[in-house]
Write a protein that binds this ligand. Structure first.
Ligand code: NDP
Ligand code: 8X3
Length: 249
């Protein structure tokens, strides 16, 4: 049976690469993001390989999330795989000078947005007693690094939510797991540094993970036999040993 995956944050980086990887593997796609034009471009490209539906909404707005999921046409309404990927870091400042707007954005998108999307989709999974949820955490959810404070807190929360979901959804046979990458070369740093110069240096001097590397791992995770659930996976590029140790040339 052809599966349907809903991917949040599919307009860029890891989410976009996952959409391409899933399409190659014949999975039908519901692609989400705020940038409608990008969604349409990706839909045009991937429609050659699989069936694609797009949903344009901000994960921060719970009623928009609910309306978007409720609007799905019949043939896309059964979601087998949920990839909770939408998220970003906003700022890299010590706690004493961090901006409230950055903290709000990270909490609202990375934590509350993930919960809103999950809440809109989980009931159909519990009804069917099947489904697979993958939350994109981060190495920042495993350790805290200088100036990472609130971003790290949101990713620690993603890991706690993942464990909570896995426990509560266990009686329903629903798989839940987290994929936690280290540094991946995407638009992540452009968002974190708001387009400032600092964003240009983040991935220089070493070979960072590419979004396609993470997408292949996600494809591996979702393609395990039904009795196998990869609960928690940490992946670094070879040059990275921890959040603060990167072997740069
Ligand atoms: P990108 O900036 O390339 O992509 C982020 C995606 O999230 C975009 O598609 C964006 O879409 C979407 N998004 C952001 N805010 C919202 C919102 N309010 N509502 C809906 N969608 C939103 O970054 P990455 O691909 O790197 O990040 C994806 C995930 O991976 C994030 O959760 C990030 O924390 C995590 N991660 C990233 C790492 C890295 O080093 N890059 C490492 C570890 C984890 P749009 O703007 O169109 O809404
Ligand atoms: C993204 C990786 O090291 O910038 O989650 O926090 S890091």
């Amino acid at each position: 049976m052809t599966k349907i995956a809903l991917i949040t944050g599919a307009t860029s980086g890891i989410g976009r690469a996952t959409a391409f990887e899933f399409a190659k593997n014949g999975i039908n796609l519901i692609l989400c993001g705020r940038r409608e034009e990008r969604l349409q471009t990706i839909k045009t490209e991937l429609s050659k390989l699989t069936q694609v539906h797009t949903l344009c909404f901000d994960v921060r707005n719970n009623s928009d999330v609910k309306n978007a999921i409720a609007s799905l046409p019949e043939k896309f309404s059964t979601i087998d795989i949920l990839i909770n990927n939408a998220g970003n870091a906003h700022g890299l400042d010590p706690i004493q000078t961090g901006a409230i707007e950055d903290w709000d954005a990270m909490m609202d998108i990375n934590v509350k947005g993930l919960l809103y999307v999950s809440k809109a989709i989980i009931p159909q999974m519990t009804d069917r007693k099947s489904g697979h949820i993958i939350n994109i955490g981060s190495s920042a959810g495993k350790e805290v690094y200088p100036n990472g404070n609130v971003y790290c807190a949101t990713k620690h929360a993603v890991l706690a939510i993942t464990e909570g979901m896995r426990i509560d959804l266990n009686p329903f046979g629903i798989k839940v797991g987290a994929v936690n990458p280290g540094m991946v070369e995407t638009e992540f740093s452009k968002v974190r540094f708001k387009g400032n110069e600092a964003a240009n240096n983040v991935y220089s001097g070493f070979e960072a993970l590419q979004p396609e590397d993470v997408a292949e791992i996600i494809q591996f995770v979702i393609s395990r036999p039904s009795h196998v659930n990869i609960a928690d996976l940490l992946v670094f590029c070879t040059a990275q040993a921890s959040s603060t140790i990167v072997n740069k040339a």
